[in-house]
Design a protein around this ligand. Structure first.
Ligand SMILES: [Fe+2]
Ligand SMILES: [Fe+2]
Length: 310
């Protein structure tokens, strides 16, 4: 496809963008971060105060998840540059991108206020990490709009799952309510991109299968660029908040295989046929790796429980 073809592709998608934007705005309810934050638990930070893990009951793994989730939200508004460059600033595309950016900003506000008031995470470490994350400017820059659509659909769903699962292990109903509210926004973002991707598959099935194959294989949680991301990602997998099994069972199988109906697409080019075969094999491999990872974790937990009872 030449760049002119992308313009046609984006123009053909535009009526669906308008429809999905209308659906989004009619379903999204206005909400306010300040109403969810337990301010009465807060107090001033005295001069020389230093955070210690005694401030919280949460494990370092759960704190890793909150840390990564928040820094991801801090950085998302900067995806605006990529998304606007890819989809354009005019028409419903531009309107959607600006709305999305504003909503993402609200997520970091509410999570940061909650974590600061409850002193769950070292605010100094957090602020330094935010500066480093935003200053390194690491945002995905896919070559084609096809890849961009697939990436954001997968990313929104992954983020929704990570927020919701983190909320469940915070062991604080107020914290759970914060994460659940953010996760429900992510769900609406995901539905927007998922359904837009379905339409894009109708318009250009071969181009989209190639993009899905590239994006699924190269997928990384949007926290890449965060200081020590790899060790945080390992900690998060250890808790089961987001691991290979979650990625396979809640994203790849239900969305890529079933919702987008990859197996049933017809009229694909030879290259796209090959990409589809490789994609399906890859997804199966992720599923197997996920089951092995979960079994290993269960064995370790059982062994630890036995040792603790001796
Ligand atoms: Fe978000
Ligand atoms: Fe989102």
């Amino acid at each position: 496809m030449s760049p002119a073809d992308y313009t046609d592709f984006l123009n053909e998608l535009e009526p669906t963008v308008t429809e999905l934007l209308d659906r989004h705005t009619s379903q999204a309810k206005e909400w306010f971060p300040h109403e969810l934050v337990p301010w009465s638990r807060g107090r001033d930070f005295e001069d020389g105060w230093e955070w210690s893990p005694d401030e919280t009951q949460l494990s370092s793994e759960v704190r890793s998840s909150l840390f990564v989730n928040l820094l991801t939200e801090d950085n998302l508004p900067y995806y605006f540059r990529t998304i606007e460059a890819m989809f354009g600033r005019d028409s419903s595309w531009g309107e959607w991108v600006r709305r999305w950016t504003a909503e993402e900003g609200r997520h970091s506000i509410v999570i940061r206020d909650y974590l600061t008031v409850t002193r769950t995470i070292d605010p100094v470490e957090l602020e330094r990490a935010r500066m480093a994350q935003v200053m390194c400017g690491e945002v995905p820059e896919p070559d084609l709009p096809h890849d961009g659509l697939v990436y954001v659909a997968l990313q929104e769903l992954a983020t929704r799952i990570a927020h919701h699962n983190t909320g469940k292990v915070i062991d604080d109903p107020v914290g759970y309510a914060v994460m659940k509210r953010v996760a429900s926004d992510e769900n609406r973002h995901y539905l927007f991109y998922r359904d837009l991707t379905s339409r894009a598959i109708e318009l250009d099935p071969s181009g989209m299968v190639l993009a899905i194959e590239r994006q699924v294989r190269g997928f990384e949680m949007p926290g890449t660029g965060i200081v020590d991301f790899a060790s945080h990602a390992r900690a998060i997998a250890k808790t089961g908040i987001y691991d290979f099994q979650v990625h396979h069972d809640q994203i790849l199988a239900p969305v890529v295989v079933r919702h987008w109906g990859i197996e049933d697409l017809t009229g694909l080019s030879d290259e796209a046929e090959r990409a589809r075969d490789e994609l399906l094999t890859y997804i199966e491999r992720v599923g197997k790796a996920g089951r092995r990872q979960t079994e290993r974790r269960q064995r370790i937990a059982e062994r630890d429980a036995q040792l603790a009872s001796v």
